[in-house]
Design a protein around this ligand. Structure first.
Ligand code: FAD
Ligand code: NAD
Length: 472
């Protein structure tokens, strides 16, 4: 008999959620994690809690307060003279949040009687893993089912080698000990925009270099244009069509050369450079292929619709299998696998995936863009409502952006909702729920929304699909 019914490798948002759900369903469960914190402790939570979603949002909130006090407090009659930034205190707050959440997961593991195994897992056979602890000792663990949730790591590019002092990846950019005067960012994706915003708000002159010709190419075009305008107004210099050709540290500065699609060879000199050009799957040391697991040419573990690998008792979920590299995608995939092991028929709707970029205001969307629908030949109607016409947004003091709702021209079924505006991440939940329930725009238009709320903008966007917004 195996030691465990289920062993999960990795305790990021994919792995730890899988372990909890498996334990809830009555499986004898263990979770193996190798992450070592800067303090030298083995910690749970993976990328998301330690160096991803949570620390970045902690810094975004701190830097937002600082920026708001400097630029907007006076509008509210609050005089904030001589506001200053204590970077060490901001980082300490972030570290405390991370620590309390990672410890919280340890508590949840105890509550659910999940065995926590510290160390790096490596396949010996299809049912047997060797775990190497930080001190080098090894143990063997056997399981009926093994679920791989080993996540991803930042992509590195030869033109900008990380030295962790001047040229850093997202992890390094979460712990600058002072505000860089000039900050370069390669990549205008979620990480580049979020971490560029953090340091820009506390005083860095930020230049973002994006290789693609379009800004936020995956988002709705009108939303992307509104976001670009606003972020530029906030001081981020965003250059699209800019391919970096080299980055070198010269006399304590980083000289970044890039090819601008319109202007040719260009150069910027910065004090720090963040490389944020995507993430890649992580399977190092797993010995997965030796037991028959297939890994594709881009390094992702190949799985079927049920997230089963080429080895029948081994599943894989989260960043390591590709698709959107999002914490909630990883978690829900884990829930699906655990429930299917228990005989449930759980499915995931990948086309109803929430996306959020935590700039200020935020960019958030679910479903299809107009461009995608046009390419698919689908006829659609669009309802748009600007936050400038929202009483609550005015009271907040930020009226940038809008909600755009796209519905099928014939059936009125909602096909996509795109938001740029204050609290877009929270507003998106209604949009996701509506789409999960196959709502029509009329369903949302007929739903009573509290007043005054930002959510009224969602109601108005739904009314606008039928050409009958009240306040615009
Ligand atoms: P991970 O979180 O990467 O966890 C994998 C775990 O497996 C790690 O702890 C690793 O140590 C462990 N592991 C690997 N190999 C082994 C082994 N052999 N043995 C034992 N353990 C092993 N996503 C969002 O949805 N929202 C956000 O706001 C967001 N912000 C982000 C901000 C930043 C700066 C970054 C870098 C990422 C952000 N992400 C965000 C992405 C999100 O962090 C990932 O999509 C998510 O963490 C993936 O979860 P996962 O469980 O698949 O992998
Ligand atoms: P990304 O794929 O979102 O963006 C990377 C950007 O870098 C792209 O726009 C790409 O065109 C550009 N790029 C690539 N190579 C380049 C080069 N040589 N020169 C200039 N530009 C280049 O990746 P990311 O921002 O690094 O984030 C990694 C992953 O983490 C993403 O999958 C993202 O979904 C996830 N993440 C999510 C959130 C969130 O949900 N809010 C936040 C952070 C990260």
């Amino acid at each position: 008999m195996a030691d465990y019914n289920v062993v999960v490798i990795g305790a990021g948002p994919g792995g730890y959620v899988t372990a909890i759900r498996a334990a809830q369903l009555g499986f004898k469960t263990a979770c193996i994690e190798k992450w070592i914190s800067p303090e030298g402790k083995n910690v749970l939570g993976g990328t998301c809690l330690n160096v991803g979603c949570i620390p970045s949002k902690a810094l975004l909130d701190s830097s937002h307060h600082f920026y708001d006090m400097q630029h907007h407090a006076a509008e509210h009659g609050i005089q904030c003279k001589e506001v200053s930034m204590d970077v060490a205190a901001m980082l300490k707050r972030k570290d405390e949040i991370v620590s309390s959440l990672t410890q919280g997961i340890a508590g949840l593991f105890k509550k659910h009687k999940i065995t926590r195994i510290e160390g790096a897992a490596s396949f010996l056979t299809t049912h047997q893993l060797q775990v190497t602890a930080p001190d080098g000792t090894t143990q063997t663990v056997t399981a009926d089912t093994i679920i791989i949730a080993t996540g991803s790591v930042p992509v590195r590019i030869p033109v900008a080698p990380i030295d962790n002092e001047y040229i850093v990846d997202s992890t390094g950019a979460l712990k600058f000990d002072s505000v860089p005067k000039r900050l370069g960012v390669i990549g205008a994706g979620a990480i580049g925009l979020e971490l560029g915003s953090v340091w820009g708000r506390v005083g860095s002159e930020v230049t973002v270099l994006e290789a693609l010709p379009d800004f936020l190419a995956v988002a709705d075009r009108k939303i992307a244009a509104a976001a670009l305008k606003e972020l530029t107004k906030q001081g981020l210099a965003i250059h699209t069509g800019a391919s970096v050709t080299s980055a070198a540290v010269v006399n304590g500065e980083v000289v970044v050369k890039y090819n601008d699609a319109k202007k040719g060879e260009q150069e910027i000199v910065v004090d720090k450079l963040i490389v944020a050009v995507g993430r890649k799957p992580y399977t190092e040391g797993l010995n997965a292929e030796a037991i028959g697991i297939k890994i594709n040419e881009r390094g992702f573990i190949e799985v079927d619709a049920e997230r089963r690998t080429a080895v029948p008792n081994v599943y894989a979920i989260g960043d390591v299998i590709g698709g959107p590299m999002l914490a909630h995608k990883a978690s829900e995939e884990g829930v699906m696998v655990a429930e299917r092991l228990a005989g449930h028929k759980t499915e995931m709707h990948y086309d109803i995936m929430p996306w959020v970029i935590y700039t200020f205001p935020e960019v958030a969307w679910v479903g299809k863009t107009e461009e995608q629908l046009k390419a698919e030949g689908v006829e659609y109607k669009v309802g748009q409502f600007p936050f400038a016409a929202s009483g609550r947004a005015k009271a907040h003091g930020n009226t940038s952006g809008m909600i755009r709702m796209i519905a099928d021209a014939k059936t009125d079924r909602v096909l996509g909702i795109h938001i740029f505006g204050i609290s877009a991440s929270e507003l998106l939940a209604e949009a996701v729920l509506a789409m999960e329930f196959d709502a029509s725009s009329e369903d949302i238009a007929r739903t009573i929304h509290g007043h005054p709320t930002l959510a009224e903008a969602m109601h108005e966007a739904a009314l606008a699909v039928d050409g009958r917004p009240i306040h615009f």
